[in-house]
Design a protein around this ligand. Structure first.
Ligand SMILES: *Cc1c(COP(=O)(O)O)cnc(C)c1O
Length: 388
């Protein structure tokens, strides 16, 4: 792209696009080939090598969005996470991870790392000192996730990156919840940024994909293992994902606005006990969120008032759909106690601040008045059930 300092919507629309020199079509052509005639013997193109035209184009777009030198596109968020972690960890090493992790990442660590001989510690909380306290002589990687799931806690990215850098450690972040529109961790000192592109980058609940972004030297290292592990994305889905990202800026900004207004609406509602949203002044780390985020995101959580049943509330919703995944243009809602955290005991959930009445809300792009109407009606119906 010729512009010196393009804005986020221009990057979303144009960065990385492949020029159609045959027919002058205005969008990137799709190249599905898995075999390419040799130009020279060194450069072999193959989808599993992350180097087809469409894979490279999409990687350039994601790198530009994350202010990174380079990026790679994977077949899922977990393929990106596992490849990135294992590229920097070997037998005898240790990794420090934030306690409030995406469930799949937690499972990867606790179910697989022991047999690779990789040690790990989960932080007690999410303050920089919690990370610092876990660092050992053999620590190689510090891994964070902010805003976190489902309570939207905020970790000080700059402070954690700085204390890792002082010790020569690699900092990785799962930036899925914020999206590159709202948060650019590389500007704050992070080495490797990871996305489940299934969420905001895809944005329409119909693509499974992942991505990593960072300095070229780090990406080269992840690429080397990535080729051996084989978790790349098919070119057809790469092409769809590039198309989806064209509207990423528009979608996420609309979701930011909707979420902020809905958080305020819910906070004032008598049938809602508590709202967790970094954009609210009542959020304990609102100032930190303001400092490190450009927008507060489309994810929020709230607790129904005592005695109101979360399952009954979700059944009363007509527009907002109960669903596990998140970040689509359609609003979805889930009960962590009934889904992602259902395998924990009630005690364990309580220790993590997950009450039975907690709901995690992924705010879509619908008209705000329609979302408010849906929530209001469902709250009234649920409260009426309790009065019976
Ligand atoms: C969904 C998700 C993942 C995993 O991504 P997949 O695309 O499902 O493999 C990782 N981190 C976060 C925060 C997520 O929401």
């Amino acid at each position: 792209m010729s512009n010196k300092n393009p804005g986020v919507n221009t990057i979303c629309t144009h960065e990385g696009e492949i020029k159609d020199t045959t027919y002058q079509g205005v969008v990137s052509p799709l190249y599905m080939a898995t075999a390419y005639a040799f130009e020279d013997v060194e450069a072999k193109r193959y989808p599993r090598y992350f180097n087809t035209p469409n894979q490279l184009a999409l990687a350039r777009k994601i790198a530009a969005l994350e202010h990174a030198e380079a990026a790679l596109v994977f077949g899922s968020g977990m393929a990106a996470i596992s490849t990135a972690l294992l590229a920097f960890l070997k037998k005898g090493d240790h990794v420090v991870l934030q306690q409030t992790l995406y469930g799949g990442t937690f499972n990867l660590i606790t179910e697989e790392f022991d047999r690779f001989g990789i040690a790990y510690s989960f932080t007690e909380g999410w303050k920089p000192s919690d990370f610092e306290g876990c660092i050992r002589d053999n620590t190689r990687v510090v891994y964070l996730e902010t805003p976190s799931n489902p309570l939207l806690t905020i970790t000080d990215i700059e402070a954690v990156s700085a204390l890792a850098a002082e010790r020569g450690l690699i900092t990785m972040i799962d930036n899925t919840f914020a999206s590159p529109v709202n948060q650019n961790p590389i500007d704050l000192g992070v080495d490797v940024v990871i996305h489940s592109a299934t969420k905001y980058l895809g944005g329409h609940s119909d693509i499974l994909a992942g991505a990593v972004a960072g300095k070229q030297v780090y990406i080269d290292r992840i690429l080397k293992l990535g080729i051996n592990l084989g978790g790349t994305l098919s070119d057809y889905t790469v092409w769809l994902l590039e198309r989806s990202i064209k509207t990423l800026g528009l979608r996420v900004k609309a979701q930011n606005r909707n979420a902020r207004k809905l958080a305020k609406f819910l906070q004032k509602h008598p049938d809602v006990a508590r709202v967790y949203y970094p954009g609210l002044k009542s959020h304990p780390d609102h100032e930190l969120a303001k400092k490190q985020m450009k927008g507060f995101g489309g994810m929020l959580s709230f607790e129904l008032s005592d005695g109101l049943d979360a399952g009954a509330f979700m059944k009363e919703l007509r527009l907002v759909k109960p669903a596990m995944s998140l970040a689509g243009v359609e609003s979805t809602i889930t009960s962590p106690a009934l889904t992602s955290h259902s395998l924990l005991t009630a005690e364990e959930r309580k220790a993590q601040g997950i009450s039975d009445g907690l709901l995690r809300f992924s705010v879509g792009i619908e008209d705000r008045k329609d979302l408010v109407e849906d929530l209001e009606r469902a709250l009234q119906k649920t409260a009426a059930l309790q009065d019976k």
